[in-house]
Design a protein around this ligand. Structure first.
Ligand code: UT7
Length: 402
C-alpha cells in the first residue's frame, strides 16, 4: 500500500461511491429467435430476461470497468489518485496477463494504487468487496475501488440455446472508504464448494487445455453449464449465504430493507425470497434489461437500486451472489452515503472520454462473434455505432460493418 494516511483506527468500510456502465447495443429475445431455436416466451417465462447488452467492437472489459470505476469515484467526490487499491472481479479479462485491474488503473489516471483481479466467477464482486473490507479493517487502505466487469458475449456459443440467451455485458463499481463512523459493511459470508467445479466452466485456454485448433474446433473456448444443477445450488446457497451474513451482522432477515441478489434468473430470486420468507418487493431485480452479467451483475444492480431511490441512509442492504466454483458470497451493509449523489456521478463521466491504451504492435481483430455480427448487420436490429474505435485500423471497420 502506498497511502500512509490509512491508520489502524479507521476500521469501517463505508460505500461512498457507486457507478455503472452498460454498452448501448441491445440484444433482444427477438434477436435471439433469429439465431437459435428459442422464443421470447420461453426465455421470459424461464428466466425473466427480456434483453441484454452487447459491447461494441472497440469496448473491452477494462474499458467498461474504467467507465464504471470513474463514475464511482466521481460519486464519492474523490480523485482517481485517492484510490490506493483497485480490485477488479471478472471471468472475462482483456488478456490472461496483465491483470485487467492494471489496465483500469492506467485508464482512470491513477498512479498510486495496488491493482489486481479477483476470480470467483459471478460471486467475484462480492469476494472483491469482502477483500476490500479486510484491507480497510487492517488499516492497509483508505479508499478501495471494487469493480465487477464482464464481456461475456465473446465467450458464448451462439449455437447453444441453453447458454447464449442468458448472458450480457456491462460493468459496475463501488468505492469503499475507511471511516470511524458506525455503519458500512457489516457481516460477510463467503463459500467455495469445489464439487460444482464442472457445472459452469470454460474448458480450454488454460494450462490444462491450452488453446489450439482442436480446442477451438470442439468449441471448448465457450462457456458450458449444467443449468439444472446450477439452479438447484443457487436457490439453496443464495438463501443460506445471505442468512449467515445477516446473522453475523446481528440482524434478522426482516431487518433488511433491500436485497441486491446476483441477477441470473428471476425464478432463483423468487425462491430466495420464499426461502427467507420475504416479499419480492424487498428483492431488487433488473435482469430483464441486462440478463446475467456475472461479476458485474451485483454492482450494476446496486448502483441502479440506489439511483432509483430504493435505498436511503440508515437502510440495511444485503448483496448476495453465487457462481462457478461453486462460489457464493454475501455482505450486509448499513447504507450511509447520500443516495442522490450517484446520478451526478454517472453523468460526470462520458464513455468516449475514457480509453484503455493498446500495445504498440497490436494487430487488431474483429472481436465480435460471427453470429452476433450477423444480427448486428440486420437493419432495424441492434444499434451499430458509426465508428469502431478511435485509433483502430480501417480494416476493422470494414470487417465489422461490411
Ligand atoms: O451465474 C450463474 C449462471 N447460471 C445460472 O444461473 C443458471 C441456472 N439455471 C437456470 O437458470 C435454468 O436451469 C435455465 C434457465 C438455464 C434452464 O431452465 P430450465 O427450466 O431448467 O430448463 P431445462 O434445462 O430443464 O430445459 C427444459 C426444456 C428442454 O427441452 P426438453 O428436453 O424438455 O424437450 C430444453 O432443451 O427447454 C429446452 N430449452 C430451451 N427451449 C427454448 C433449453 N434452452 C432453451 C431455450 N429456448 N433457450
Amino acid at each position: 500500500m502506498n497511502d500512509s494516511s490509512a491508520t489502524a483506527t479507521t476500521r469501517r468500510a463505508h460505500v461512498t461511491g457507486w457507478g455503472r456502465y452498460a454498452p448501448s447495443q441491445v440484444l433482444t429475445n427477438a434477436d435471439l429467435e433469429k439465431m437459435v431455436d428459442t422464443s421470447d416466451e420461453w426465455i421470459l417465462s424461464r428466466t425473466g430476461i427480456r434483453e441484454r447488452r452487447v459491447a461494441a467492437a472497440h469496448e473491452t472489459t477494462a474499458s467498461m470497468g474504467a467507465v464504471a470505476g470513474l463514475r464511482a469515484i466521481r460519486t464519492a467526490g474523490i480523485e482517481p489518485d485517492d484510490i490506493d487499491l483497485i480490485l477488479l472481479a471478472t471471468l472475462t479479462p482483456d488478456y490472461w496477463m496483465p491483470s485487467t485491474a492494471a489496465l483500469v488503473k492506467e485508464a482512470i489516471g491513477n498512479t498510486k494504487a495496488t491493482a489486481f483481479d479477483v476470480m470467483a466467477a459471478c460471486s467475484g464482486f462480492v469476494y472483491g468487496f469482502a477483500t476490500a473490507q479486510a484491507y480497510i479493517q487492517a488499516g492497509l487502505a483508505k479508499h478501495v475501488l471494487v469493480i465487477g466487469a464482464e464481456l461475456l458475449t465473446r465467450f458464448l456459443d451462439y449455437t447453444d440455446r441453453s447458454t447464449c440467451i442468458l448472458f450480457g455485458d456491462g460493468a459496475g463499481a463501488v468505492v469503499l472508504s475507511a471511516s470511524d463512523e458506525p455503519g458500512g459493511a457489516l457481516g460477510i459470508e463467503l463459500t467455495t464448494e469445489p464439487q460444482g467445479a464442472y457445472m459452469i466452466w470454460l474448458p480450454a485456454g488454460g494450462s490444462k487445455a491450452p488453446p489450439s485448433a482442436g480446442t477451438i474446433a470442439r468449441g471448448e473456448h465457450f462457456v458450458r453449464m449444467e443449468g439444472k444443477e446450477t439452479y438447484r445450488f443457487a436457490t439453496k446457497t443464495m438463501a443460506t449465504t445471505a442468512l449467515e451474513s445477516i446473522r453475523r451482522s446481528g440482524l434478522q432477515p426482516s431487518d433488511i430493507d433491500l436485497f441486491v441478489p446476483h441477477q441470473a434468473n428471476v425464478r432463483i430470486i423468487e425462491a430466495v425470497a420464499k426461502g427467507l420468507d420475504l416479499p419480492m418487493d424487498k428483492m431488487f431485480v433488473n435482469l430483464d434489461k441486462y440478463g446475467n452479467t456475472s461479476a458485474a451483475s451485483v454492482p450494476i444492480a446496486l448502483a441502479e437500486a440506489v439511483n432509483e431511490g430504493r435505498v436511503k441512509v440508515g437502510d440495511n442492504v444485503t448483496i448476495v451472489a453465487f457462481g462457478a466454483g461453486f462460489t457464493s458470497g454475501a455482505v450486509t451493509i448499513e447504507w450511509t452515503a447520500d443516495p442522490a449523489r450517484g446520478i451526478a456521478g454517472d453523468a460526470a463521466v462520458r464513455p468516449e472520454d475514457v480509453s484503455v491504451r493498446l500495445p504498440v504492435d497490436w494487430n487488431s481483430v474483429d472481436p465480435i462473434p460471427e453470429a452476433l455480427a450477423e444480427v448486428m448487420r440486420r437493419p432495424g436490429s441492434i444499434d451499430v455505432p458509426d465508428d469502431v474505435a478511435p485509433g483502430e485500423p480501417e480494416r476493422v471497420r470494414r470487417e465489422v460493418h461490411a
